[in-house]
Design a binder for this molecule. Structure first.
Ligand SMILES: [Zn+2]
Length: 417
């Protein structure tokens, strides 16, 4: 479990000074400070249309953002809280806004945040959190912008002390229940089930999916682990073998986990962001049972069609969704279709992420047939292999025989890390 620092970003006002729109925000992080955030007019206008500031509602800006491929638009959201009711409201935003969010989010110290060029201290006073004022402040006319011109900044990505906003745990996200369709867009306005006033929430209070009530074990079993040392891995050490499960979480996740657990063997799951939103309980279940989780893009996108920036954003968004559930850094990634290019490699390197490919393909997604899947494993060179599987009933049916076979070959079935 990584240490992390929760940050809260409250939107106090939206204003314009000399044709420059800006947000007045209150950042709670170590201390409570008020900042002015210079933003683009489009994002400011979108925010204005979804807020009525100065009323009794509170607005908290999310650090989450994603690229909406259908709308060709970045999206983020804010949470409007009124008494015990809170509501998640999505709004279109600019890439500069996304970069700004990331820069704040990944800053480890308050002085790093204050040094960001698009931010200005609203007040010279730094209020300790205990003295936080509830009423919105009026804007001071005296502020001066530190830096003008470009809003584009580079997100500061840091690895140690990875900050996560504890208040943005997935539990407050509800999505349309649309079966197995990975491309289901999020509901744009979702009434949440619980107030967001608590600063500490545990990761297992997720919205209950009908009919699923996974039991969360309190201790994590430890499975043999193979630590990957390369930016890209296709195989692991002889004498070991890795079972990998793609495209979940799904209705099959829990059963796959239970089979691995009953054999006390490792397994690695590569989750698609849109499915993480549908089945956060299953993400938690896999993690609580000690198996590794990697990411597999937001919407199972063929990454090589995307620019470096969009590939990176997709990775960070997917990782964030998973990390908010498991409260642990995601370090493994498998590109959909195995499709990757130079840009993908740079994204991996710049984000300390390891790409996991495979050298044994069971073609399970094609046959949907347990016998054929087992046969594919038995006719492969399994020692040192990373075996590609997908979450499905056929894989559940095949899994005990696959594990029996691998164990009969004296192989250690490992978690990847
Ligand atoms: Zn896939």
């Amino acid at each position: 479990m990584q240490a992390y620092h929760g940050k809260l970003l409250e939107l106090v006002a939206i204003d314009t000074e000399a044709n420059q729109p800006f947000l007045q925000i209150r950042l709670s992080f170590e201390q409570d400070i008020e900042l002015l955030w210079k933003i683009d007019a489009d994002t400011a206008n979108h925010l204005k249309t979804v807020t009525t500031l100065g009323q009794s509602h509170k607005y908290r800006l999310s650090f989450s953002s994603f690229w909406d491929a259908d709308q060709h638009q970045y999206m983020s959201f804010l949470t409007r809280t009124h008494r015990n009711q809170s509501e998640k409201i999505y709004f279109p935003c600019s890439e500069a806004y996304v970069n700004g969010l990331n820069a704040i989010k990944y800053s480890e110290q308050i002085n790093q945040i204050q040094a960001l060029h698009f931010l200005t201290n609203h007040s010279q006073h730094i209020h300790p959190v205990q003295q936080q004022k509830a009423t919105p402040h009026r804007f001071s006319r005296k502020f001066s912008w530190i830096v003008a011109a470009t809003l584009a900044i580079t997100a500061i990505i840091s690895f140690g002390n990875y900050p996560m906003n504890n208040l943005e745990v997935i539990q407050n996200i509800t999505v349309k229940a649309n079966g197995a369709d990975n491309e289901t867009p999020l509901d744009l306005t979702v009434i949440e089930e619980s107030p967001l006033v608590e600063q500490q929430q545990t990761a297992n209070h997720f919205p209950k999916e009908p009919g699923t009530e996974p039991t969360i074990p309190t201790s994590e079993p430890v499975f043999p682990t193979s630590v990957l040392n390369e930016v890209i891995s296709y195989s692991i050490l002889e004498g070991t073998v890795a079972l990998t499960f793609d495209d979940g979480p799904s209705k099959y996740t829990k059963e796959i986990t239970d089979i691995l657990k009953s054999y006390q063997v490792g397994g690695t799951f590569f989750f698609v962001g849109s499915n993480v939103l549908k089945y956060p309980n299953h993400v938690q279940y896999v993690h609580a049972n000690g198996h590794t989780i990697g990411s597999h893009s937001m919407k199972h996108t063929d990454l090589i069609k995307l620019s470096y920036e969009k590939q990176e954003l997709d990775l960070l968004h997917t990782n964030q969704l998973i990390e908010e559930v498991i409260q642990e850094k995601v370090i493994l990634f498998r590109p959909p279709y195995g499709s990757n290019n130079e840009e993908t490699l740079k994204v991996m390197e710049n984000n300390q992420t390891k790409m996991v490919l495979w050298n044994t393909d069971t073609l399970d997604w094609k046959s949907h047939n347990a016998d054929k899947i087992v046969n594919a494993v038995q006719t492969s060179k399994v020692s040192g292999s990373i075996i590609l599987l997908h979450e499905s009933q056929a894989v559940i049916d095949a899994l005990p025989q696959i594990i029996d076979y691998l164990q009969s070959q004296d192989l250690q079935i490992v978690n990847l890390q």
